[in-house]
Design a protein around this ligand. Structure first.
Ligand code: S3P
Length: 688
């Protein structure tokens, strides 16, 4: 049985679906659309352009509803449209904006501000739009001013789906015929979506290249309902890790887009000696979706030659080809890939540099790469240069047991694959040493949901009423929160248990207190903590292994938990998990930063406090003491005060009362009294 996984939504398809839905007439529902950071930037830009973008109630975490008011309906945004790292977002939006009688400034992060925009700005200007560069010629930020456009036949010198799509959106948006020719066929997601929404697209080979036309744009686009297919490029990064790390074993990716203009990587894999099988299961908005099954060979990979014609269908997977080539038996040559120089980084340079750093003989050429494979041990630290695909490629290389490669700035993977490092860690560890092919494999159970929704920007479900209960140690949070949750039928999130689970796994890994200061995001990701919900109660796992309450309360865990909880990397890691717990009718969340950081918009906020000696007595009784002596109480109270001070003075999410939290002093009130007060507050919030 193969290891089964699923991957988050394809950002190429999601961004196109978002933009086209905002141009359509009526309400579209895009399931799983809100995944990586790129998609989020594009969705935010569309909202700023006046499209109605909202989260449908009762859906999945990434679902979006978009209400389009028809072609030409966008309005000028108030501020700059920040596209972050998203080249697709910037270029496609520029085309769609050009079809509107409005002006908008598009900007991006450092990486995006280095990428060429003239390739779209020039043809858009020929159609009649005005494009003004605000800082550097040919680069973002730029102001696009649109209006009524003229038809265009454009001969693109590069095979770029972004150029093609930008112009198709401009033509369809403005209702004028548009034709784009490219030297080799690039990905055709825009064409397929346009067809699904009622526009007739003609395409085919022409003059040795590829030609796409929308000769008679429709007067309206129909809204769509679409579950965004899994991202083939994300799948390819895990498949690469698998091929390098699990010789002899099979992996299966389900629910993934298998559009042939994207899957060129599989052809290269099979030439390297990997068995590959693709099963198409369904069509969604014209996109083929199915399974990809790959068997990692037991022998060394074969080197390959990758040439110009096949580059567009594996453009984003070339970094993966390069790291696979580093372990092949012989020399691999990539040519005709000059476009890699203008991606999120100059990928030819960053690949060559990183490969050399870890001990591989690799050289860049003007339009490609030569890599001499080696079976020697590879090790060293590499940088992503702000490029998600570089980060993931070297993360995948590290899955090879003969490699020890650390990506120093791997967080950038979130651009397209939120949860990548956790998925990789699960795959490498075999879910705590068990057989990876069993039901615990990622994707087979609820844990996949968690991976897909854990992004740094994960937001709580707006329909879920959140009750935030904060307070110092032993102030009565746990009992009160549990009872409130039970009474209301809400989920109960004990955020302290999450920090304890991290600490428990560190203890299980034999990590001493001294090592805590060196914890990196990657290290924490490698713990692969999962929060699963079983009928309103939480279950915690690390690398697939359940961490029971008794383990979380172990003395060794007590000794390090407050230090673990003070670590900003740990807090960042656990934040999205907490936010996405807000599902269903309500959530009672307890901790120290719930009302301030985790759920600053919680409907009800409570801060519990109590006299230190009263808290100390409670704590000692909880631990089984019968009648604690004055001295014991005094010593415990001192410890609690010390802990309070540490919690309140830490840099990351210090313990403090949110200004809008209701203060309840529990020194003299009973738990049932507290529960009653909080339930009252919830009722009040609900009725208002
Ligand atoms: C994309 C097209 C490709 C690809 C990028 C996404 C798209 O870029 O590298 O990651 O969604 O259209 P080019 O069209 O510039 O080759």
């Amino acid at each position: 049985m193969p290891w089964r996984i699923a991957v988050p939504a394809d950002k190429s398809i999601a961004q196109r679906a978002l933009i086209l839905s905002a141009m359509a007439s009526g309400e579209s529902l895009l399931r799983g659309a809100l995944g990586g950071l790129d998609t989020r930037s594009t969705a935010a830009a569309l909202a700023a352009l006046g499209a109605e973008v909202s989260r449908p109630g009762g859906g999945g975490p990434g679902d979006l509803r978009i209400f389009g008011r028809g072609l030409g309906s966008w309005s000028a945004p108030d501020g700059v449209l920040e596209l972050g790292n998203s080249g697709t977002g910037a270029r496609l939006l520029a085309g769609a904006i050009a079809a509107h009688p409005i002006s908008a400034v598009l900007a991006g992060d450092r990486s995006l501000s280095r990428r060429p925009m003239a390739r779209i700005a020039r043809p858009l200007a020929r159609m009649g739009a005005a494009v003004e560069y605000l800082e550097m010629p040919g680069r973002l930020p730029m102001r696009v001013t649109g209006g009524s456009l003229a038809p265009l036949v454009h001969e693109s010198s590069v095979a770029s789906a972004q150029v093609k799509s930008s112009l198709l959106l401009a033509g369809v948006g403005a209702g004028v015929p548009i034709e784009v020719r490219e030297p080799t066929r690039s990905r055709d997601h825009t064409e397929r979506l346009l067809e699904a929404m009622g526009a007739a697209v003609a395409e085919g080979e022409a003059d040795g290249g590829w030609r796409v036309r929308v000769p008679r744009p429709p007067s309206r686009l129909e809204p769509i309902e679409l579950e965004i297919p899994g991202d083939f490029s994300s799948a390819a990064s895990l498949v690469t890790a698998w091929v390098l790390g699990r010789p002899g074993d099979a992996i299966e990716v389900r629910g993934v887009g298998v559009n042939p203009t994207r899957t060129g990587f599989l052809g290269v894999l099979s030439r390297m000696g990997v068995s590959v099988e693709v099963a198409e299961r369904e069509r969604r908005a014209g996109e083929a979706v199915g399974e990809v099954r790959v068997w990692a060979p037991s022998e060394r990979l074969r080197p390959v030659e990758v040439g110009r014609d096949e580059v567009p269908a594996l453009i984003d997977e070339l970094p993966l080809v390069a790291v696979l080539a580093a372990r092949a038996e012989g020399v691999t040559t990539i040519t005709g890939a000059g476009e890699l120089r203008v991606k999120e980084s100059d990928r030819l340079e960053t690949l060559a540099r990183n490969l050399q750093r870890v001990g591989v003989a690799a050289e860049e050429t003007p339009d490609g790469l030569v890599v001499e494979g080696t079976g020697r041990r590879l090790w060293g630290e590499v940088r992503s240069f702000g490029d998600h695909r570089i980060a993931m490629a070297f993360g995948a290389l590290n899955a090879d047991p003969g490699c020890s490669v650390e990506v120093l700035d791997g967080e950038v993977a979130e651009v397209s694959y939120p949860g990548f490092w956790r998925a990789l860690a699960r795959m490498r560890s075999g879910e705590g040493g068990g057989s990876p092919s069993q039901a615990t494999a990622p994707g087979a159970g609820p844990e996949f949901d968690a991976a897909a929704e854990d992004t740094p920007e994960a937001r709580p479900d707006p329909d879920c009423l959140v009750v935030a209960i904060d307070g110092a140690a032993a102030s009565g949070k746990s009992t009160t929160s549990r009872e409130v949750a039970e009474l209301l039928g809400y989920r109960h999130l004990d955020s302290g248990a999450l920090y304890r689970a991290v600490a428990a796994q560190l203890v299980a890994d034999g990590m001493g207190e001294g090592a805590l200061g060196e914890m990196t995001a990657e290290w924490v990701n490698g713990l692969a903590i999962q929060l699963l919900w079983k009928g309103g109660r939480m279950e915690l796992r690390s690398r697939g292994r359940r961490i029971a309450e008794s383990e979380r309360r172990d003395e060794r865990v007590n000794a390090i938990v407050s230090q673990v909880a003070a670590s900003p990397v740990v807090r960042d890691y656990l934040l999205p998990m907490q936010r996405t717990s807000a599902k269903g009718p309500g959530l009672v969340a307890e901790g120290r930063d719930i009302g301030t950081v985790v759920f600053p918009d919680a409907a009800v906020k409570v801060f519990l406090q109590a006299d230190a000696r009263v808290r100390a007595t409670r704590r000692l009784l909880q631990r089984g003491a019968r009648r604690p002596s004055e001295a014991e109480v005094g010593a415990e109270a001192a410890k609690l005060l010390l802990r309070d001070r540490r919690d309140a003075s830490r840099a990351a999410a210090p313990l403090r009362r949110a200004t809008d939290a209701v203060l309840i002093d529990t020194t003299a009130t009973s738990p049932s009294e507290q529960v009653r007060m909080i339930v009252e507050l919830v009722r009040g919030a609900r009725s208002s």
